[in-house]
Design a protein around this ligand. Structure first.
Ligand SMILES: *[C@@H]1O[C@H](CO)[C@@H](O)[C@H](O)[C@H]1NC(C)=O
Ligand SMILES: *[C@@H]1O[C@H](CO)[C@@H](O)[C@H](O)[C@H]1NC(C)=O
Ligand SMILES: *[C@@H]1O[C@H](CO)[C@@H](O)[C@H](O)[C@H]1NC(C)=O
Ligand SMILES: *[C@@H]1O[C@H](CO)[C@@H](O)[C@H](O)[C@H]1NC(C)=O
Ligand SMILES: *[C@@H]1O[C@H](CO)[C@@H](O)[C@H](O)[C@H]1NC(C)=O
Ligand SMILES: *[C@@H]1O[C@H](CO)[C@@H](O)[C@H](O)[C@H]1NC(C)=O
Ligand SMILES: *[C@@H]1O[C@H](CO)[C@@H](O)[C@H](O)[C@H]1NC(C)=O
Ligand SMILES: *[C@@H]1O[C@H](CO)[C@@H](O)[C@H](O)[C@H]1NC(C)=O
Length: 536
């Protein structure tokens, strides 16, 4: 087995060297070799975990009919208080991909005859992954093991811990993560395949971090098939998640500022659960942190090995608390409750606007997070594509929605518990493989604001001329632009006229206060002081 592995690794190494040579040979004398992705010195942490054996480890059936073809994860375990509701939609950014059934306020409508989608801009999160190095789960696992060695005997609901071992990898995609991206590629091909002009290759963007590059490749395999290299060049840049080097230097400060609110909410929502679990741990001094790690292991073990006994330790209410924890974390890290929320995402809004308007990014130094070397070169920043595909991280998507000024998602999240009609939800916005699709729509006339579900209806405003619209879709559900922008009139379909939207965005970019937010001499205030994604 070991030898076989070594042989496979050696042959892969040879193949990748050959591939790299071929790419080198093609690189022109005047352009660097932009689309080279191997060898990859910036893959970041790469650690694989135990091979799953779900057929053997799954304690199902649990009594419900659950068979779904090709949906390998065991998510039907009985959860106290769930009454048929799905806790896997309450795991924030650790939720496996799902499309939120309740949407974001409006429904989708068929396009009236004669109306065409002309462009689609996509920002796609990587798929399900092992825990990241910073989450502390592997050392928690080691702590449990040494406690057991030391004589601790866990009781009751925790007795499975007595013969449990932590066996997850780190950072890289788990199998369902590959599937999520492959499926997204297929879904996007069905939706937008027509927009690909097969006479030329498109440039797609990702980073060199292992899960990012593989997410991109799996998506492309789904979208184009295994010959995707004939259709796309991957521009993969060094990932700040690997180097810790952020263009916006104060971003790190806003990341650190979430510790207090997150700690406060953990000690609120996990109070009773922790008190209960403490009665089952013998000599082991079980704390809030233990309860929280045990809860995180439910999503991580499920996506990694297919089933986790940790899920059933928690009630549906505990999972609502977990989701709210992730909501607080993302709002405060990259959303409207973060002093750099707008600044972090400004780069992509600028790139989007530049592509829509057909010019390179123009921004004074220190006023943008864009890489101006890449964004002023037609090879790396093409303007003639109908499809723009980019792969990124959860926090980036949240910050881009913030930089667009989608104040629908700016609700304040009190540390005493969720507000009524909460709109900002990490799981609905950035589950694993979450994605924003922005459509540019060209209509021969204005489309009426009151829409009909019947395709045959003309739906046009008589006497009006050709009109372009923009349509935001997050995880297959429309984000209604009128909910955030007064200038966008109320529409059943949530679209906004493109010219109006572009006007709005010019002001929005200024609102990010990029230079002050990123390099200014401000000090982080307590949680809740920032409500608009800029320093106060
Ligand atoms: C092992 O148990 C002893 C006695 O309860 C305790 O003093 C010690 O800290 C424990 N060590 C570990 C690693 O848990
Ligand atoms: C490109 O599309 C055209 C029209 O659909 C088709 O005839 C042609 O075979 C395609 N070429 C490739 C290389 O896929
Ligand atoms: C811009 O991107 C290029 C190519 O990836 C890289 O070499 C350069 O360091 C980047 N510049 C900045 C300021 O990040
Ligand atoms: C926690 O326990 C206390 C005391 O038993 C009880 O009053 C309270 O309702 C419980 N809270 C939750 C969220 O279950
Ligand atoms: C602009 O950025 C450069 C490096 O990117 C930095 O050295 C300089 O201090 C910045 N200037 C301002 C005014 O922030
Ligand atoms: C865009 O223009 C470049 C340079 O002319 C060309 O190489 C490329 O094929 C074009 N791409 C598309 C999608 O038309
Ligand atoms: C939409 O596309 C069809 C088919 O190419 C074309 O006939 C029609 O004029 C287009 N509509 C607009 C508004 O450009
Ligand atoms: C930053 O602000 C603090 C408090 O207002 C002040 O004491 C300090 O001198 C300032 N630092 C710089 C470099 O301006």
């Amino acid at each position: 087995m070991g030898e076989l592995k070594a042989a496979v690794v050696a042959s892969l190494a040879i193949a990748s060297v050959a591939q790299a040579d071929a790419v080198h040979a093609r690189a022109s004398k005047t352009q660097p070799n932009w689309f080279q992705t191997s060898p990859d010195n910036y893959a970041g942490t790469i650690e694989t975990g135990a091979a799953p054996f779900l057929a053997q480890t799954n304690p199902a059936p649990f009594g419900q009919a659950t068979y779904v073809p090709n949906a390998p994860l065991e998510t039907s375990e009985p959860i106290q208080g769930a009454n048929g509701r799905n806790i896997f939609h309450l795991m924030g950014d650790q939720s496996p991909y799902f499309s939120p059934q309740e949407g974001f306020g409006v429904d989708e409508y068929p396009l009236p005859k004669g109306v065409n989608i002309t462009h689609m801009h996509m920002l796609q999160r990587h798929g399900s992954r092992y825990p990241s190095s910073s989450e502390g789960l592997s050392s928690w696992g080691a702590g449990i093991a040494s406690a057991i060695k030391n004589g601790t005997v866990f009781k009751g609901g925790l007795d499975f811990l007595n013969d449990w071992t932590y066996n997850l990898g780190e950072e890289i995609l788990v199998p369902i993560g590959r599937q999520e991206l492959f499926d997204s590629g297929i879904l996007n091909y069905y939706n937008y395949g027509h927009l690909y002009d097969n006479s030329s290759k498109i440039v797609v963007r990702t980073t060199l971090q292992s899960r990012m590059l593989e997410s991109c490749e799996n998506f492309l395999a789904g979208f184009f098939g295994l010959n995707w290299r004939d259709h796309a060049n991957i521009l993969a840049t060094v990932d700040s998640a690997v180097t810790g080097d952020y263009a916006c230097t104060k971003e790190l400060e806003s990341l650190e500022s979430i510790e207090t609110p997150v700690g406060t909410w953990i000690e609120t929502y996990l109070k009773n659960r922790t008190a209960h679990l403490r009665t089952l741990t013998g000599s082991y001094d079980w704390t809030f942190t233990d309860t929280y790690h045990a809860q995180s292991l439910c999503p991580y073990e499920t996506i990694s090995v297919g089933y986790s006994p940790f899920c059933e330790l928690f009630s549906y209410e505990d999972w609502e608390g977990y989701e709210y924890l992730m909501d607080i974390e993302f709002a405060a890290m990259s959303g409207f409750l973060s002093a750099t929320g707008r600044a972090q995402g400004k780069y992509w809004v600028e790139e989007f606007l530049a592509r829509v308007e057909g010019h390179f990014v123009t921004a004074p130094a220190n006023q943008t997070g864009c890489n101006m070397t890449l964004d002023t070169n037609p090879v790396t920043f093409p303007l003639n594509q109908s499809l723009y595909l980019e792969f990124t991280h959860d926090a980036n998507i949240v910050s881009v929605l913030t930089a667009f000024g989608l104040t629908q998602f700016s609700d304040y999240l009190p540390l005493t518990g969720p507000p009524k009609n909460q709109q900002f939800s990490a799981s609905k916005l950035v589950p694993f493989a979450g994605r924003l699709n922005i459509e540019i729509i060209k209509a021969p006339h204005k489309v009426t604001t009151k829409r009909s579900k019947k395709t045959k209806t003309a739906d046009y405003v008589s006497g009006s001329g050709e009109t372009y619209y923009v349509h935001f879709i997050q995880n297959q559900r429309t984000i209604p632009l009128h909910a955030s922008f007064e200038a966008c009139e109320y529409r059943d379909d949530g679209w906004c006229e493109l010219s109006t939207f572009l006007e709005v965005q010019k002001k929005t970019l200024v609102e990010a206060e990029y230079s002050y937010a990123c390099f200014g001499n401000w000090t982080a205030k307590n949680y809740g002081a920032v409500r608009n994604g800029v320093p106060v």
